[in-house]
Each structure stands twice: as C-alpha cells, then as structure tokens.
Design a protein around this ligand. Structure first.
Ligand code: PHE
Length: 363
C-alpha cells in the first residue's frame, strides 16, 4: 500500500482485497467498543487504505476509474457492515460484564444469619404502622359486613367538592386547604383533600344497599407538625339503605370502637357541621392511653376526637341520582395516621415518615 499508483486494474483489485482482508482481521480482533471505534477510524476512515486507494484513481481512464471506484466502495461497505455487526456483539458483552460486576450477592448475609460463623440475625422489614392500622381497620369493618372500595387520589372539583354539596366558591371549601394540580382549566383538578369523593363514585356506580369503607391517601396544604401531615390517610364509611337512621350511625360507630379498641373503649357524638351530612357530628372515643381517666394525650378530658360523621345530605343523593324519599344513609370519616398516633401514644406524627429504624422496629 506504499505505492500510490496502481500499475493496472488487476494490481488495484489485489490491493483492495488485501486492504479488505487486513480490515476484517482488525475488526475481528477488536475486543471492546472503544477499541472497535479506533479500528473503524483506521480501516474505513479518512486515512484508511480505502481512502488512499481512492486517491490513485485519477491516473485511470474514465471507464476504468468507474469500475475501480465501485470495487473499492463495495469492499469498504462490507467492512463497514462487519464493524456494525461486531459493535452489537461487543456492546452486549460489555453490558453483560458490567451487570455481572455490579451484582450483589445477598445469599452470604442470609447464610450467616441462618447459622454461619458470626450468626447475626437478619433484620426483616415489615409493613409501616399506618399500613398495619389500615389493614386492621379494613378487617374490622369487613367483619361488620362492609365492603372495601377505593378511588383516585387526583380528583376533579366535582367529586371532591361540588357533588358533596359544595358549589364553586362555597365558603365550606375553606375547611380543606387544597392542593390544585396544573391540569385543564385552573382549579378543576386537585389532590383529594379527603376520602369523601369515593362515596360519590361508589353511589354513582352502585345502587343501594351500600355498606362500604373507603381507605386511602389524602393531601392538604398543611405544614407538617406533631399532629398534621400534608400527606395522610383517611378511611371513609358509607351506608345507604332503606330506613337508615341516626341510631344506626351511632350504633355502628360504637360497634366499630369496641371491636377495634376492645370492650373498655366507648364512643360519643357531638354536634358539628359538614356540608355533605345533615345533621353532622364529630365522634370521640375513650382515650386509649389513660382509659378515660384524663392524661396529656386527651388534655385531661378522657376523650379523643377521631373523626366526622352524619346523615348523608339529600343534595348529595340528588347529585348521584339516588331518591332520598326511598333511601337514607350515613357516612363517617377519620384519619388513619391520627388513629395510629393516639393508639400508640406517639408524640410526633412525623416519626411515621422519618424511616428511623429505631422507631419502625417497635411496631
Ligand atoms: N370528609 C370529612 C373530613 O375530611 C370527614 C367526614 C366524612 C365527615 C364523612 C362526615 C362524613 O373532614
């Protein structure tokens, strides 16, 4: 390849064949994608044998030049193809080697724990206290004959407010510090502030009788403190049937309280206001920390406020097309995190989210 002037087309063909063979060897010998990159520059790049041969074509007559050029180009194209194929193989091999090198062998830790030399106990993870509480609540209500339903966390204004008897700009909306999402028209989609929108969804898709609880995550524009989390959990209860009265509501809350907390804990209702229930109440349970004697957790009253409740407002029935002359119902809702807090005597709710293993392993 040192002679730039081929004597004849035959001589040129020989040189092309030699260049192609040398290039094929170099490509096959490349052992990494990086090395293949260098080989590519050397074999088909601007300073390659093919490029140099191209510069010798000027000495040939036009016909011979065309034929010779085609021979060089075809050979170069075959080398390019080999390079691409080799690149796929090398990239796969490199990726495989990386995965192998980064593999974590956990069997050793388990083997040690199972009685290996140092025999350290394995720390097994478990469900967070909030999830455990939610599961227990579901079990309690299922035992009382309730079904479990769920709904979306990103809600429309209609489900979170309007169908719950809060038209646009209704002052009661101020009871919930709302996080709106930048979706559609302003203030039409939000992170649900309570689980009550699931009531509406359930009544829309299921005719009475309805006996259901609806647990889930809720969001409010709150600054986290010892008793508030901006992301928290509620469980909602809904009963719709013929002849449901306030006595059924009070009885259900009491039955739930004793079955969840035990026979020494009772419930009581106080009048309150919610736009979607009429009449509305707040329900309290005997302070589970002091058993009703009065302590710091219950501010000495012996009672802990748990949640809201009431008889489903006829306007809510109207929004979902249930006839309030035929059916009546009640609803209730309370915070799962708050319940876990009062039941365990937890001073600061933020511990539920801190992922401090010393806290989490206590439950
Ligand atoms: N959704 C209410 C809240 O978040 C609680 C509630 C539920 C009240 C059902 C009455 C009936 O505060």
């Amino acid at each position: 390849m040192t002679d730039p002037k081929p004597q004849s087309p035959d001589h040129l063909a020989e040189q092309v064949a030699a260049a192609e063979a040398a290039a094929a060897d170099a490509v096959a010998g490349a052992s990494s994608p990086a090395e293949l990159g260098r080989v590519q520059a050397e074999t088909v790049g601007k300073r390659s044998a093919f490029a140099r041969l191209n510069t010798t074509l000027g000495s040939l007559d036009p016909d011979a030049r065309r034929t010779a050029g085609a021979v060089i180009n075809a050979a170069r194209a075959r080398v390019v193809e080999q390079i691409e194929a080799r690149r796929v193989v090398l990239a796969a091999a490199e990726r495989h080697a990386r995965i192998e090198a980064e593999r974590l062998d956990l069997t050793e830790a388990v083997a040690l724990a199972a009685g290996g030399e140092s025999s350290q106990p394995v720390l097994r993870g478990h469900l967070n206290l909030v999830t455990q509480t939610r599961d227990e609540l579901e079990d309690t209500f299922v035992a009382l004959g309730f079904a479990v339903a769920e709904g979306p966390e990103a809600e429309t204004d209609w489900y979170n407010f309007e169908a719950l008897n809060m038209p646009p700009a209704h002052p009661a909306r101020g009871m919930w510090d709302t996080l709106y999402l930048k979706l559609g028209a302003p203030e039409t989609v939000l992170l649900r502030t309570h689980t009550s929108p699931v009531q509406v969804r359930l009544m829309e898709r299921q005719r009475p009788p309805i006996y259901a609880v609806m647990p889930g995550r809720c969001y409010r524009r709150d600054t986290p403190d010892a008793r508030h989390l901006p992301v928290f959990h509620q469980i909602e209860g809904l009963v719709v049937d013929r002849g449901i009265t306030f006595a059924d509501l009070a009885g259900t809350i009491e039955a739930f309280t004793t079955s969840f907390f035990g026979p020494d804990i009772h419930s009581r209702l106080r009048p309150s206001y919610f736009p979607f229930t009429e009449p509305s109440g707040e329900f309290e349970v005997t302070c589970p920390i002091c058993g009703g004697d009065g302590c710091r957790t219950c501010s000495g009253s012996g009672w802990i406020e748990l949640g809201g409740c009431g008889m489903v407002d006829p306007n809510v029935f109207a929004a979902v097309g249930i006839d309030p002359d035929v059916y009546s119902g009640f609803a209730f809702g309370f915070g799962i995190d708050r319940l876990a807090q009062v039941r365990t005597g937890l001073a600061d709710m933020r511990a539920l989210l801190d992922n401090d293993i010393r806290f989490l392993t206590q439950f």
